[in-house]
Ligand binder design. Structure first.
Ligand SMILES: Cc1cc2nc3c(=O)[nH]c(=O)nc-3n(C[C@H](O)[C@H](O)[C@H](O)COP(=O)(O)OP(=O)(O)OC[C@H]3O[C@@H](n4cnc5c(N)ncnc54)[C@H](O)[C@@H]3O)c2cc1C
Length: 502
């Protein structure tokens, strides 16, 4: 094959124009104003998750005072629709002229690093022309998310092919879906099912939420009283955002701590809140009392208790049972019951994707990320000049977008100040012989998509610097204090001969 021409070179290439990629761009141009950068995204516009998900009711399940960026005030109810999140991101892009740096419909298909040149060569396929372009960059900022965007996770059930109706995964929701007069079953008990069920309850004939096991839900009004009051007395949007964010983080931290120190009390409060909507006759034990501790899986906020309201009204119902098989007309359950359906929605989650499934090479050797060790869930041993933005599960994802960006910008500025072209993380003398563990401790956090793919994820070390601790409250102090000349960072400079060739 003839050598391909390099299309462009940038100091930093950002993969993805979702909330992580746009945040990375803002911080990079603010904190490292001399750096050239470019964003590649496979889609036709920005937004990632909030652009691709089109199912009815699609909204955040964490509050926008913390899901929003640190630098851009959120003005609106704490739980936001996908459209509101896209508008917010659009304003960030416009206000900071980020648009000129984004190339849409360019899917990264390969990334190769050369230690000699201290450069990444990134291949991207243009969706319009079908042609592959080559880019080089010194630093690769991976903001491509954490799940497979093309296809959600649907388990294989017996008899699926027999079902005469439609089976829909929410991740690929057909926009022409007509629910009017239809009997719908929504399989799943996570945030997606909890969003979808109340959103379609008034539209279809009836919707049944079918779950194998229950989830904790946290019903509360979709308003932030403190923010509303501060606004009423004339506090500026910037200050309202900062204060409401501090309060939300304080409250979340308190909830997390209470889940560890008094899980039974928190559990009782959550069940009581459900009972207030569903009434004393409803079987809360069976349908809304999980086996796990609150926060061991993501605790889904349901604005104004809309899921419970849908069930209480009779437009929706919940069944806790196991699927025996699909039939021509619905689902046969292990209990012997049969649920009739015209449409079955499989809100069964997604497939975790490690670094977007992009083949990486370092000096011609393919990178097997499961054989690398992660530095604080951001960098990986053996993979220089690269960071992956993997947010928080318990706290809002975006809190980590800001923190990781501060770290990367500090690192890039440090490399400039010390005249270095390459940074790697390496296990220190004291880490030799350290236990290497799965990416996440299943006792700490164990959702299905993570459990299914844990063997593909980078390893965690027993020393917390070699782990994604998922603890925002620790990281907000630890990350800014990281000593960039510590032993785990190994820097190198491009040799002068190669420097002039590059
Ligand atoms: C339905 C849903 C609701 C959620 N709600 C919340 C919430 O309320 N709070 C919360 O904290 N988290 C939530 N999450 C998690 C959520 O995904 C993250 O919070 C956040 O939106 C992820 O942003 P991201 O930019 O990292 O990734 P994504 O949103 O996944 O965006 C990644 C971008 O990278 C692009 N990309 C991927 N691979 C390539 C490639 N090879 N080449 C070029 N471009 C590529 C994609 O096209 C996409 O635009 C939710 C997730 C889902 C699915």
């Amino acid at each position: 094959m003839a050598a391909q021409e390099i299309h462009s070179h940038f100091d930093v290439l950002i993969a993805g124009a979702g909330i992580s990629g746009i945040g990375a761009a803002y911080h990079l141009q603010t904190q490292c104003p001399g750096k050239t950068y470019h964003i590649l995204d496979a889609l036709e516009s920005y937004g990632g998750t909030w652009l691709t998900h089109k199912y009815p009711g699609i909204r955040s399940d964490s509050d926008l005072y913390t899901f929003g960026y640190r630098f851009k005030p959120w003005i609106g109810p704490p739980i936001a629709t996908a459209e509101e999140i896209l508008n917010y991101m659009g304003e960030v892009i416009d206000e900071n002229q980020i648009d000129q740096h984004i190339e849409y419909q360019h899917k990264i298909t390969r990334a190769r690093y050369s230690s000699e040149d201290k450069l990444w060569t990134v291949e991207a396929k243009c969706g319009k022309t079908g042609k592959t372009k080559l880019y080089t960059c010194t630093f690769l900022w991976m903001c491509q998310g954490y799940y497979n965007h093309a296809e959600g996770y649907t388990p294989e059930w017996d008899g699926m092919a027999d079902f005469k109706g439609e089976i829909i995964h929410p991740q690929t929701w057909p926009e022409d879906t007509n629910l009017k007069g239809k009997k719908v079953i929504c399989i799943g008990s996570g945030a997606t099912a909890a969003t979808l069920v109340p959103a379609i309850a008034g539209e279809c004939e009836h919707v049944t939420l079918l779950q194998r096991s229950p989830t904790y839900f946290f019903p509360a009004e979709n308003r932030n009283e403190l923010a509303d009051e501060l606004r009423r007395i004339g506090v500026s949007d910037d200050d309202v955002h900062r204060i409401a964010r501090m309060k939300a983080l304080f409250d979340q931290d308190e909830t997390c701590q209470r889940c560890l120190t008094e899980p039974e009390v928190v559990k009782a409060e959550l069940l009581e809140a459900a009972r207030a909507y569903l009434g004393p006759e409803f079987d809360i034990d069976k349908h809304f009392t999980p086996k796990y501790r609150p926060w061991q899986q993501r605790l889904a906020f349901i604005p104004d208790g809309d899921l419970f309201q849908g069930i209480a009204s009779g437009a929706a119902s919940v069944v806790t049972d196991e699927i025996e098989r699909f039939t021509e007309t619905g689902i046969a359950l292990k209990s012997g019951e049969h649920l009739e359906a015209d449409i079955i929605i499989t809100a069964t989650g997604f497939n975790l994707s490690v670094l977007g499934g992009i083949p990486f090479e370092v000096d011609g050797v393919p990178v097997d990320f499961s054989q690398t060790v992660t530095y604080r869930g951001m960098m990986f041993t053996g993979v220089p000049n690269m960071v992956w933005v993997f947010g928080y599960f318990r706290a809002s994802w975006t809190l980590r977008v800001d923190l990781v960006a501060d770290f990367v910008c500090r690192l890039l500025n440090h490399m400039d100040a010390t005249d270095m072209d390459e940074v790697r993380v390496e296990l220190r003398q004291q880490d030799q012989g350290m236990a290497l563990l799965p990416w996440m401790d299943p006792n700490n956090f164990n959702p299905g998509y993570l459990m299914r793919a844990m063997h593909l994820m980078p390893k965690r070390g027993s020393d917390p610097i070699w782990a994604h601790t998922q603890d925002y409250w620790k990281e907000r102090d630890e990350l800014p204090a990281v000593q960039l000349d510590a032993e785990e960072f190994v820097y190198a400079k491009r040799q002068p001969a190669q420097a002039s060739a590059a």
